[in-house]
Ligand binder design. Structure first.
Ligand code: NAD
Length: 481
């Protein structure tokens, strides 16, 4: 399969200026699938110059024309979706059907934001005197940069890029070092769709601090959008202070999944399956802590284990595989440490708990795992596990479970299940999470404002609020009338 491996700089494919490359490895086989250009600081500086040069013209391009390019990109994505999904699956490890789903969802953002571009408008506000008028206009922030994680190599970029392009901003993308190939494919699609040089550029790199130092130091880069760990989000927020850049941060999560005794257990099990094992549990909105009422905890554990047992672990490109490898050895080590710690503290493994030998060279496969008798002293109660492990904690009453669910520095997504209307309203209001699923754990929607509170981040992605992240509001005071 032919795919780009060079930097995408000012509309051209280029090697790194010092010729350096880094390897991209298929986590399912351990095979090196590509050597990708490793951008130098000079390369990134050249991208900033190109973005600055392209910015005014892109901002002045009528929204319908920007939208037309975005819609052309959508059609190209649709034509290439199977091929792009295979590449995504190879570099990241999610089963092919999920990779297709990620591509469709991501491309949906480009489509939705293309429509939204024509609805970016200002306002008139009644003035206090006859001689004045107050008008607001909304203008693009300017040159922006984004840094994205490996777990959704396409989606994380498309969600940011769609909003930036709709608003009239240029964007330099620094994808995760583990999954740069999908980012380069996105650049190729937009290039083919006729996006002008410098509007989108991709700086693949194995040295994120070097690349981000260039963005951070340059006052002309007006916004930085980041998805990844809270730790790196804090570094970027501190760095943004010197030039007062806008920051948009989508950070870690530690989602509670609360099951009250009156919940519809068929629905609960279905949603638990979907939210726990998507991408092998490596998502920021994965349910990490299953708080289940003590009357139904054993039943939930048994039913979840029954469903997990049916899943096939293996190469994500093989037919029928539900669970692929984790992304790298460090991820496995963390999952193993969480399970071992839980066992030491008295938890019971109902199913799984170990690596799986699939016969491949890769040792990155972990069994879907169900753990009962988890408690709040365990590592998996405090840290993101980022793996296919479902720990079940029991609770007795509503106040207790809300307090325990909120006992986290994170506040990204939370889910709860009940058929009691009054309780539904009370709990929805009290959960300290930016995104709450009520009898629902599949919360992804292009038109909805996704994001976190507390240390899960700042800002929203998706929907009209997603575009706001890339706009400034100018207040125009008109006198002398
Ligand atoms: P990470 O923070 O290590 O890496 C994310 C990106 O930041 C990568 O591109 C990486 O190269 C870059 N990076 C690393 N160190 C940097 C530095 N010092 N300066 C600038 N950039 C740097 O996170 P990860 O391990 O790739 O991703 C997993 C984390 O991302 C989890 O915490 C997960 O919850 C979070 N996440 C959040 C969301 C969300 O929408 N809130 C979505 C997906 C993942």
């Amino acid at each position: 399969m032919d795919f780009p491996t060079q930097l995408f700089l000012n509309g051209e494919w280029k090697d790194a200026s010092n010729g350096a490359t880094f390897d991209v490895v298929d986590p399912a086989t351990g095979e090196v699938i590509a050597q990708v250009a490793d951008a130098t600081a000079d390369d990134v500086r050249a991208m900033v110059e190109a973005a600055v040069a392209a910015q005014d013209e892109w901002a002045a391009t009528p929204a319908v024309e920007r939208a037309a390019i975005m819609h052309r990109a959508v059609r190209i994505f649709e034509d290439r979706i199977e091929e792009l999904a295979r590449l995504l699956s190879r570099e990241q490890g999610k089963p092919l059907a999920q990779a297709v789903g990620e591509m469709q969802y991501g491309v949906g953002f480009i489509d939705w934001f293309a429509e939204e571009a024509r609805r970016i408008h200002g306002s008139t506000i009644p003035a206090t005197t006859r001689a004045k008028r107050i008008i607001t206009i909304r203008q693009p922030l300017g040159v922006t940069a984004c840094i994205t994680p490996w777990n959704f190599p396409s989606l994380q970029i498309l969600r940011k890029l769609g909003a930036a392009l709709a608003a009239g901003c240029t964007m330099i993308v620094k994808p995760a070092e583990l999954t740069p190939l999908s980012a380069l494919e996105i650049a190729r699609v937009f290039d083919d769709a006729g996006l002008p040089p410098g509007v989108l550029q991709v700086a693949t790199s194995n040295d994120a601090p070097t690349v981000s130092a260039v963005f951070m130091a340059d006052a002309r880069v007006r916004g930085i959008s980041f998805t990844g760990s809270t730790e790196v989000g804090k570094i970027l927020m501190r760095g943004a202070a010197d030039t007062m850049k806008r920051v948009s941060l989508e950070l870690g999560g530690h989602a509670p999944f609360i099951v009250f005794a009156d919940a519809d257990m068929d629905l609960v099990v279905r949603e638990a399956m979907a939210v726990k094992l998507r991408n092998m549990g490596q998502t920021c909105v994965s349910a990490n802590r299953f708080f289940v009422h003590e009357d139904v905890a054993e039943e939930f554990g048994d039913r979840l284990a029954t469903e997990f047992r049916k899943l096939i672990v293996g190469n994500p490109l093989d037919d029928g595989v539900d669970v692929g490898p984790l992304v790298e050895e460090a991820a496995l080590v963390k999952v193993e440490a969480h399970v071992a710690d839980a066992l030491e503290h008295g938890a019971r493994v109902v199913l799984g708990g170990s690596r799986v030998d699939t016969g491949a060279d890769s040792r990155l496969f972990f069994e879907p795992t169900v753990i009962l008798d988890a408690d709040d002293s365990m590592l998996l109660a405090r840290e993101e596990t980022f793996g296919p492990v479902a720990p079940i904690f029991t609770f007795r009453d509503e106040d207790e479970v809300v307090r325990r669910a909120n006992a986290s520095d994170y506040g990204l997504a939370g889910y709860f299940f009940t058929r009691d209307l009054n309780r539904a309203i009370r709990v929805a209001e009290r959960l300290e999470y930016g995104t709450v699923g009520l009898n629902d754990a599949q919360i992804s929607a292009v038109q909805a404002p996704f994001g976190g509170v507390k240390q899960s981040g700042i800002g929203r992605e998706g929907g009209p609020l997603g575009v706001d992240e890339y706009l400034d509001t100018k207040y125009l005071s008109v006198g002398g009338l």
